[in-house]
Each structure stands twice: as C-alpha cells, then as structure tokens.
Design a protein around this ligand. Structure first.
Ligand code: SAH
Ligand code: SF4
Ligand code: F3S
Length: 505
C-alpha cells in the first residue's frame, strides 16, 4: 500500500531537508561498509530542459547522500525516471521503461524505483502504476523535488512506499538543494516555473502549475556560481521564459522584466554565450529585441515557437499572437542582429486545420525561412480543451501534411547550413560524436550543430589526456573552445575541420 501525501504542501522546513541529507549520508555510509562498495543511482530523463535541470537536483541530492552515478538501470541500486507528458509517445516510452524496471525489481527486491516529473501529476497514470506497476517505491511530482531528501529518507531508510504529488510550486525560493550538473558546457538555470497561457493543445499548465518567477537576486547568484565553476555558457529556462517577472510586479523591488534580467546576465563578461528557452511570441517586446541587439554575448539565435501559420488555428490554439505579429518580430530581430538564426516549433493536424490553414503555415515558413525547426504531429492530451474538440483530423491527412512540412523545412535547414560553408567559426565543444569516437561535436554561437574532425598536425600537439584507447576523450574536450572551418552542410548538422584548439576567445 502506498502512503499518499496531501496535494497541498503547506509547509516545507528547509533546515530539515538538509538534516535528512545528513541522515541519508550516514545510512549510505553504513551500507557502503556492509556491501564493500558505494550504492549507485541512474536517472532517465524525458522531456524538456527544465526536466533535465530537475534531474540535476535529484542527482545532486543523491550524490550529496553518498550515491554514485551508474551507467544504466541494470547497474543501479536506485533508478529514477523523470517523465514527460507533452505528447503521447512520451507517455508510451515510460511504460516501456517500466517493463525493464519490473524485471530488474523481480531479480532483486532491494532495488529502489522512483518515478517523477510531469506524468505523475495526472491521476490516470498514477492509477495505472498502482494497478500494474505497484513495485514502484516512490512517486513524486515536479513541485515535490524540494522535499526529496525527506521522501528519499522515508523510502530508502524506512521502507515506506510513497506518492507525493503537490499542486503548486511555492518552494523554489526557500530551498537550496545540491545540484549535480550533467554538462560542463551549458549551465542550466531555471528562472521561472509553470505556465499561465493555457494554449488549448498543451498539458504543461496542468502539470507544472501557475507561473512563478524566481527572484532576480537568486538567479544572478546562481549565474555567479556557474561563472566561478568555469561555465562560459548559461541557458535561462522557463516554459515561457520571457514572461519572467510578470507575477512579481508590484510585489517586489527591482527588475521584474525579462529584458532587464537578460541585460544583467549579459553584463557578466566572463559569459560568452547566454541562451534562453523558450520565449513566447506574445511576450516579446522592443525592449527585449534592443537588448538582444546590444550584447554580443547574448546568443545570435532565437527559438521562437510558431505552432501554426494560420490565424484561425492560432486563435483556436489560444496562442495570442497572429502571423502578422510573428513576422514583425522576425523582421525586428533580424534588423537588431543581422546574423541571428531563428528556429521554431511547428505542429500539424490541430483539430479543424483545413488545407488552407496548412498552406498558410507553409507560406509563413517560406517567408521566414527558419534555420531549423522541431516539427510535431498534434497529439491530443487528456484534460486539455483541444482533446475534446470534435473536429479532429484523420491520420492520413495528418501524415501527408507532416511529410510536406518536413520536406519544406529540411530544404530550408539545408540551405541555411549551406550559407555558412567556408567560414571559420568559434565552437564550444560538447563532447565526442555518438557514431565516431574520433569526431568531436559542438555548437556555433548561433546554435548550429557541428561535427568536427581534427587534422593530424593539431592532433599530434594535443596533450596525452585528450586521447584514450577508443579515440578522443570527450570529457577532456567538453566545455573548451576551438576554431573550425565549416566544410560540408547537411540537413541537421555541418561538418568541419578544426583549425585551432583551446583558443582564448
Ligand atoms: N512553452 C513553449 C512550448 C513548450 S512545449 C511555447 O509556448 O512555445 C514544446 C513544443 O511541443 C511546443 O512548442 C509544441 O510545438 C509541442 N507540443 C506541445 N503540446 C503538443 C501536443 N499536444 N501535440 C503536439 N505537439 C505539442
Ligand atoms: Fe504550453 Fe502554451 Fe504554456 Fe507553451 S505557452 S507551455 S505551449 S501552454
Ligand atoms: Fe514535458 Fe513537462 Fe517539460 S510535459 S516538455 S517535461 S514541462
């Protein structure tokens, strides 16, 4: 039987969370002596970068308690899945993973299984887990991460089985939990939580609650910490990142506007690349565009979700911007920062989308020529208004439209990548390529993905630590800069050759 905690979390004792970490630590130390090895953990993260950032906190708490990172569920004593609800395939993937975790639990009852993230806020999933996957030990929602030390203590040390999913996120300001960052190159900084927009297709306002901005001071403090740890790239995160501060207006002293926050971050000259994700067209104003034009270290890239090019559909989606406004923003951005790349999210098959609506999307794409785009098929989400609409589009029409959409976008992406071939650019390295240990990957300031080969004369000057038995040592390169001559454009990436390494740019 699960112990089900109240959905209203009225009080959170910050000090006691730290005390629970200490208690866990003593317990884990004891275990390590008994087992002759340290207990291990593994976290699988689905969804957006905010979920990734949450996983960094979960990892931080586990590491502060003495657990060490394992490479897979199979090697982990504690496994966690941080779930996402945005589209149906995200849900389905969780249930695949639960199959694996069930087998592992059957092999060894002492393994701990944790589920968290957006899917856990939905009753239908909780019911399914209780019924078919009741081996899961701990379930908590996105707002409950702040009481994780207590939840872990009760689960791991007291053998309790807990469901803790609270409704609102009031606790981000009070609690300072440790964080184990997963990358050396892009420090993620959540600056606001939740979303108030209620676009009719979207589950996020239901899973992540109302908009709640972090304080100006605590954001800048985290940025300072990242700088002192050596980060030169940061990414400000929010479901609707440029709505930062709206909920603080009239309640706090000091800046309450995203443009001002971004400017304050940009004034840190140690930061070479400041990114933010995702801005919403409805909250873009000229002040923000001017700041983007003024500071070189703000990325010359904006990911600006469009969803549809049809005003009818945008209205039915409750997006609060129309195609004319979208085009106006693009034009102003390109004027302020001529080298800017613009990427987007587009979906096809929203209920009621006619051929004409779809053609409007293609037409807008032709006008903007996005440098790249995430393309989605509309996925009805239980609990959202659009899922109830009776004018759902049939699968064949959706598939045909999706193929046309992708074909057009691919042509634009390729043309965009072709336009930079021959240039020598600065790359922030992210590690080695998945397919080839002798190829590095990294990004340009305008967020293009580059696969990089190293010519023999540079390779032979690399320190010993840069190369291991399999090839290049990704860990060594991660977070360093190099210069690359771009040689060959592909649709989703560019090939290039390194011309200088570890340059102090
Ligand atoms: N806050 C961002 C979007 C976050 S979700 C914004 O407002 O733009 C990321 C993307 O997932 C969305 O831009 C949208 O294109 C896609 N998405 C969200 N809900 C979806 C659904 N029900 N079906 C298909 N795609 C969806
Ligand atoms: Fe979802 Fe719309 Fe909020 Fe984006 S702005 S998270 S699409 S409700
Ligand atoms: Fe998914 Fe939740 Fe992010 S639904 S996209 S993990 S906010």
């Amino acid at each position: 039987m699960y112990k089900i905690l109240d959905k209203k979390l009225d009080k959170l004792e910050t000090d006691s969370q730290q005390a629970y970490i200490q208690s866990l630590k003593s317990y884990v130390e004891q275990l390590s002596i008994e087992w002759g090895r340290r207990p291990t953990y593994f976290i699988q993260t689905f969804g957006c970068q905010q979920n990734e950032n949450d996983s960094e906190i979960i990892a931080g708490v586990l590491e502060a308690s003495g657990f060490v990172l394992a490479e897979s569920y199979e090697e982990a004593d504690v496994s966690a899945v941080n779930t996402c609800s945005i589209r149906e395939n995200a849900d389905t993937r969780l249930f695949g993973h639960l199959g694996i975790l069930k087998t592992l639990k059957n092999e060894n009852k002492n393994r701990i299984t944790i589920l968290c993230g957006c899917m856990m806020t939905q009753d239908q999933h909780i019911e399914k887990i209780k019924k078919s996957f009741s081996f899961v030990d701990l379930i908590f929602g996105p707002h409950d991460i702040y009481r994780l030390p207590l939840l872990l203590w009760d689960t791991i040390c007291n053998n309790q089985r807990i469901i803790a999913v609270s409704e609102e996120n009031h606790w981000h300001e009070q609690t300072k939990l440790p964080m184990a960052r997963s990358r050396k190159f892009r420090g993620l900084v959540s600056i606001m939580y939740g979303c108030d927009n209620f676009c009719t297709f979207c589950i996020v306002p239901y899973t992540r609650g109302r908009e709640s901005s972090r304080s100006y001071k605590s954001i800048l403090k985290e940025i300072q910490e990242l700088i002192s740890e050596g980060y030169t790239e940061v990414m400000l995160l929010g479901q609707n990142v440029n709505a930062w501060g709206k909920d603080l207006r009239g309640k706090v002293e000091g800046p309450t506007n995203f443009a001002e926050l971004l400017e304050a971050v940009a004034q840190n000259k140690e930061l070479k690349r400041i990114r933010y994700m995702s801005p919403n067209p409805r909250d873009i104003d000229q002040q923000l565009i001017d700041i983007i034009g003024k500071y070189n270290n703000i990325e010359p890239h904006m990911h600006l979700p469009l969803q549809s090019g049809s005003n009818n559909i945008l209205k039915a989606m409750r997006r609060r911007h129309d195609r004319e406004r979208y085009l106006e923003i693009v034009e102003a951005l390109r004027e302020a920062r001529p080298e800017i790349t613009i990427t987007t999210d587009i979906m096809v098959g929203f209920p009621g989308e006619t051929e004409e609506d779809f053609e409007d999307t293609l037409d807008l794409m032709k006008q903007v020529k996005f440098d790249s785009a995430f393309t989605f098929i509309y996925s009805p989400r239980e609990g959202t208004p659009a899922a109830e609409y009776d004018n759902q589009i049939d699968q064949d029409t959706i598939t045909a439209r999706f193929n046309r959409l992708v074909e057009l976008q691919n042509a634009h992406s390729l043309a965009s990548n072709q336009s930079v071939i021959g240039k020598e650019v600065e790359i922030l390295l992210e590690g080695i390529s998945h397919g080839d240990d002798n190829i590095l990957t990294g990004r340009t300031a305008d967020f293009r993905l580059i696969n990089i080969s190293i010519p023999a004369e540079i390779r032979k000057r690399l320190p010993e630590i840069a190369i291991n038995q399999e090839g290049l040592n990704g860990d060594y390169f991660e977070g360093k800069y190099c210069l690359v001559k771009l040689t060959k454009a592909k649709t989703f990436s560019i090939e290039g050759e390194m011309t200088a390494f570890d340059v102090n740019l």
